[in-house]
Design a protein around this ligand. Structure first.
Ligand code: SIN
Ligand code: FE2
Length: 230
């Protein structure tokens, strides 16, 4: 029988004492607004693992183009993993525990997705992120996501963590009001955007994807948006 051993681990960094920017050394962090920042290339070291995770998820819950309540078909193809998945149809936007296409629970949230998101949230200053939902977005050239707020979650005290893979895109980041000025933020493979606190309900969107090829994803951009929905 294997003997029980105590594995020594390094003491956890003290976020409150030293500030979020140095919790994880070497993070290239760009502030967008109070409560919002980009962690450049943060996900790049595990990009293959993330891509494999997306493959496993879409084998069980394929990408689909959902309908908006107004009857439009979304240009971005979507699926989900985790206890809850974001869905839209003629009845509205909501989180649902079952994939409406299969009637089955969404695939489990891969541990690598969860751990990455928790680490990114912490690096951005949100120490207790507990994601239970991951929306997986697939953009092909021409696909765009119009300006919106993520407001279907229960607890706006928890941030949004958004991971970009594959082709680059221009992220629009606005303010609390739809008409607020938007920043155009180029997002590259591996970049992670985190927004919460005073920026939690800020408007955002993605401009039409440009043509291109990426070694990991081909002619696509994949985005993982992790949230605490329930
Ligand atoms: C989203 O707002 O759900 C996705 C954002 C992105 O694709 O970067
Ligand atoms: Fe969003």
């Amino acid at each position: 029988m294997a003997s029980r051993r105590r594995i020594a681990s390094a003491p956890a960094p003290v976020a409150h004492a030293v500030g979020p920017a140095v919790v994880e050394s070497g993070v290239d962090q760009v502030a967008l607004a109070p409560g919002a920042s980009i962690l450049r290339r943060f996900a790049a070291p595990i990009d293959t693992l993330l891509r494999e995770g997306v493959e496993a998820i879409t084998a069980l819950a394929p990408f689909r183009h959902m309908q908006t309540p107004g009857g439009f078909t979304m240009a971005v193809a979507m699926t989900n993993c985790g206890a809850l998945g974001w869905v839209t149809d003629r009845r509205g936007y909501r989180y649902a525990p079952l994939d409406p296409d299969s009637g089955l629970p969404w695939p489990a949230l891969p541990e690598a997705f969860r751990a990455l998101a928790v680490r990114a949230a912490r690096a951005a200053g949100f120490g207790d992120f507990e994601p239970d939902a991951c929306l997986v977005n697939r953009y092909v050239p021409g696909a765009r996501l119009s300006l919106h707020r993520d407001a279907d979650e229960r607890d706006f005290g928890q941030p949004i963590v958004s991971v970009s893979l594959g082709l680059p895109a221009v992220f629009l980041f606005g303010g609390a009001r739809r008409k607020d000025r938007t920043q155009r933020v180029p997002l590259a493979h591996g970049d992670v955007v985190v927004w919460g606190g005073p920026a939690r309900l800020f408007h955002h969107g993605v401009l039409a994807l440009k043509d291109g090829e990426h070694a990991l994803t081909g002619a696509q951009r994949i985005n993982l948006t992790l949230r605490k929905a329930g």
